[in-house]
Design a protein around this ligand. Structure first.
Ligand SMILES: *Cc1c(COP(=O)(O)O)cnc(C)c1O
Length: 461
């Protein structure tokens, strides 16, 4: 069936499910001739339906290659615009480990030239492990955010002793006092007085100094970096350039008393087109606007172009993983027309917790029966006994094949690589999904699905 019309039909379904599109981060995804979801890595191909039939569900599948590609693209794009626009500072990408600390996420990022941003002593401990085990380049730079406990600071000192560049970020007056004796370079965090359009906007920000406090501070010992972090999932480019301008004018003031200040760290917040049907800015346009704005502002202020750091976590990690569930049953939704509940063999509350906690929207496709015209609107119900364990796409619905027409039906949730695993839980003692790594044409099990015995053990049984 390789006729023209069959090809056209397949392209139609690929478009419908938003696969193979750079602007959706689905370049590697496609549909097999049998209507199954496949992922291509160069000339390797993973048939997701075959994989879940073999390994069962619920299952997370992560693709280190996607991390590699995203980190490489990010760094290359920044460097290209820096060159083209004549920006004089350097660019450093720091992967925010808290987005996903799994080894298979962190190591490919480092391999492509990412530096790191850690949020706790335990995340910094992972850096120590990497150095001991993999002997990576000691020139790697580590930014340390989060409250600097004694344990955290002694690890900072220890790694600094091993030749690493570890830059603690001072977040309040208490830390400022404690850091007075620290011998290496430090950063300081400002809570900028700007509001941006973001998925998770906070009215009150408890992190960092106010702008006024910083301008009054005067000289800070060994200060190299001014840092801010506005929000996650910033929704417009303006949400990056507005705070950037404000931070640069503060930078100029602080530079008068701190000549060693040479780096501006603009934090996380690089967005992911989770929904895929709405227009979202591209990484390229975002990065070009950041570099353009930085250059223009610095030239206006008459200051040397600082080095730029971004700590985008989700931007790199989210698209590198999908989560697969099997549909167990169909139920009626009262008063909702044709919409049906599809019950999954896992839990949104436990495993895709942004769904119910911050009303994240996901792109969902079938894993099999992708080339069928007979679709119906559905809401998803999780398998825990909690009424919040559901996904309604924000009160809308998802179109999926009719369960009655399928022998068995699996669904894929896209972009689940960030902020899910480390926050996951065991409500109703459901087992966490298995975690598979797909790389070099092979499937590796990173985490087995928990047995009843293992789950019971966590609760003292
Ligand atoms: C959480 C966090 C990040 C990463 O945020 P993303 O939204 O995942 O890009 C970066 N920097 C700091 C200080 C953070 O707290």
């Amino acid at each position: 069936m390789t006729t023209k019309s069959a090809k056209k039909k397949k392209n139609g379904f690929r478009k419908f499910w938003r696969l193979g599109l750079e602007e959706c981060n689905t370049q590697m995804f496609d549909i097999s001739p049998d209507g199954e979801l496949v992922v291509r890595e160069g000339n390797y191909q993973y048939n997701i339906f075959d994989i879940v039939k073999k390994y069962g569900t619920p299952t997370e599948i992560m693709f280190p290659t996607i991390i590699e590609n995203r980190v490489r693209d990010l760094i290359e794009t920044f460097n290209a615009y820096i060159k083209v626009l004549g920006y004089k500072g350097k660019f450093f990408y720091h992967y925010a480990m808290k987005a996903n600390q799994t080894k298979e996420f962190v190591l490919p990022a480092v391999a492509e030239g990412a530096h790191l941003d850690v949020a706790s002593a335990n995340e910094l401990y992972l850096v120590k492990r990497m150095i001991e085990q993999d002997k990576f380049n000691a020139k790697i730079r580590v930014i340390c955010n989060g409250p600097k406990t004694d344990k955290y600071m002694s690890l900072v000192e220890e790694l600094k002793g091993k030749g690493l560049i570890v830059v603690p970020i001072i977040e309040d007056f208490n830390e400022l006092e404690r850091m007075a004796k620290f011998k290496g370079e430090v950063g300081i965090r400002v809570n900028l007085d700007v509001k941006v359009q973001a998925h998770w906007d906070k009215k009150f920000n408890r992190f960092g100094f106010t702008e006024e406090e910083l301008t009054k501070l005067g000289k800070v010992r060994n200060l190299s970096t001014l840092h801010y972090h506005i929000s996650k999932q910033i929704e417009t480019i303006d949400g990056f350039t507005k705070p950037l301008k404000r931070a640069l004018s503060l930078f100029a003031v602080m530079k008068e008393k701190n000549p060693g200040l040479d780096t501006l760290d603009i934090g996380g917040g690089g967005g992911v087109p989770f929904e895929k049907k709405k227009h979202f800015y591209s990484g390229k346009s975002l990065i070009s606007q950041i570099v353009k704005t930085a250059k223009k502002e610095c030239d206006k202020l008459g200051i040397k172009h600082p080095n730029l750091i971004v700590e985008w976590g989700s931007y790199v990690a989210a698209p590198a993983q999908i989560t697969i569930y099997k549909i167990l049953a169909e139920k009626e939704v009262g008063n909702k027309g044709k919409v049906k509940w599809y019950v999954i063999d896992g839990s949104f509350m436990n495993d895709l917790l942004d769904t119910w906690a911050i009303h994240q929207k996901w792109h969902v496709t079938p894993v099999n029966y992708m080339s069928t015209h007979k679709l119906q609107p559905v809401w998803f119900a999780g398998s825990s006994c909690d009424s919040d364990d559901k996904y309604t796409a924000g009160g809308e619905y998802t179109m999926l094949p009719r369960l009655a027409d399928c022998e068995e039906l699996y669904v894929a949730f896209f972009d689940t690589g960030a902020y899910q695993d480390a926050l996951a839980s065991h409500h109703c003692l459901l087992s966490s999904p298995a975690k598979l790594i797909a790389q070099n044409g092979e499937i590796k099990i990173a985490r087995r699905r928990e047995t009843s015995e293992e789950v019971g053990k966590m609760f003292g049984w």
